[in-house]
Write a protein that binds this ligand. Structure first.
Ligand SMILES: Nc1ncnc2c1ncn2[C@@H]1O[C@H](COP(=O)(O)OP(=O)(O)OP(=O)(O)O)[C@@H](O)[C@H]1O
Ligand SMILES: [Mg+2]
Length: 104
C-alpha cells in the first residue's frame, strides 16, 4: 500500500479521452457527434494548468469529464497513477461552472 496522502498533491492524467453525444434536433434523425477525439494530457500536483482553445473546442466538455460530471466514451483518467471512475473524480473536484453567478 502506498504511504502517499492527499497532502502530497494530486496529479491527474488523461489518456485517449473520447466523448460522443447523440444529438436529436426536431424533425431530424439522430446524429452522433464526436466532441472529444482521443485527448491526452496531465495536470501536475502543485501546478496550475490553463486549457485554451476557441469556442466549441471542447474545453468545458473535457473539464466535465475530469470533474466526473460526464461519462467518457473512451480513454481513461488516472489520479496519481491509478485509473479512476467518475465517482472518484467527483469526490476530488471542486468546479466553478462557466457563466456562474460569481462572474456577474
Ligand atoms: N449538450 C450538447 N448538445 C449538443 N452539442 C454539444 C453539447 N455540449 C457540447 N456540445 C458541442 O460540443 C462541442 C464542444 O463544446 P464545449 O462547450 O465543450 O466547448 P468550449 O471549448 O467549452 O467552448 P466555449 O469557449 O464557448 O465555452 C461544441 O461543438 C458544442 O456545440
Ligand atoms: Mg466552455
Amino acid at each position: 500500500m502506498s504511504s502517499r496522502t492527499a497532502a502530497d498533491g494530486i496529479t491527474i492524467r488523461w489518456s485517449g479521452v473520447q466523448q460522443e453525444l447523440t444529438i436529436k434536433k426536431m424533425f431530424k434523425p439522430l446524429v452522433q457527434k464526436e466532441i472529444l477525439k482521443r485527448v491526452s494530457g496531465c495536470a501536475y500536483a502543485g501546478e496550475t494548468l490553463a486549457i485554451m482553445g476557441p469556442s466549441g473546442a471542447g474545453k468545458t466538455s473535457l473539464l466535465n469529464i475530469l470533474a466526473g460530471r460526464s461519462p467518457v466514451n473512451g480513454g481513461q483518467v488516472f489520479v496519481n497513477g491509478t485509473a479512476v471512475d467518475a465517482s472518484i473524480l467527483r469526490q476530488l473536484s471542486v468546479y466553478v461552472m462557466q457563466g456562474s453567478k460569481q462572474q456577474e
